[in-house]
Design a protein around this ligand. Sequence first.
Ligand code: NAP
Length: 202
Amino acid sequence: MACHRKNIRIIHFSTDYVFNGTGSAPYKEDDDCDPINTYGASKLAGERYLQTLAQNYIIIRTAWLYGVNGKNFVRTILEKAKTTPRLTVVDDQLGSPTHTKDLAAAVDLLIEKNAQGIFHVTNRGSCSWYQFAVKILQEAGIDDVEVSPIKSDQLARQAKRPAYSVLSMQKFIQTTGKAMQPWQLGLQDYLESVKARLHTLT
Ligand SMILES: NC(=O)c1ccc[n+]([C@@H]2O[C@H](COP(=O)([O-])OP(=O)(O)OC[C@H]3O[C@@H](n4cnc5c(N)ncnc54)[C@H](OP(=O)(O)O)[C@@H]3O)[C@@H](O)[C@H]2O)c1
């Protein structure tokens, strides 16, 4: 409300989990939302509430984030690999791993272009969590840990997750004239930037 009063653009981060995951082609910004868990429902409610309060906003739906600060999947896999020779990771949820550094650069671009509205922003391409884990170990040079694919229902987690939550980057590309780099390169950049820290972890 304060931003709206002063006509200050507000940038809000949302998620791929606003979709139900039954699709098979990348979700576009105006595709129907139908969250299947409470997190997705609350994020969608946040998007809609913001839209009732402000006109000058960017809502950025992103996914599968990892960055140099805080906990993330890459770090978890590398930590686990230190203590267990066998990992199991779900292979039936597809998404786009996204390096927060690339996301930050994308946000800058959207600001530069004076963009408004909803935008999907992830690194390019997609994989399953299992494929992501395999790539993480490979890029980190860890070859003595075996990763096996499992199905989500073998994990018996309380909240459901969308099976397919790949986001279309068409609108971002049209607006900025730039494409995001592939997730594999985002991962390499991340591992490079935490290399010093990883050496002390391993
Ligand atoms: N992680 C993902 O894969 C992912 C994917 C799609 C979208 N997103 C969205 O990206 C955003 C960040 O996610 P994240 O995974 O980085 O979350 P996170 O690690 O839990 O970080 C959340 C941050 O928000 C701060 N925060 C929480 N409640 C707050 C409050 N009431 N007032 C002020 N600050 C508060 C926390 O501060 P403290 O550290 O002080 O607690 C923390 O710095 C969220 O909006 C999330 O929905 C994340």
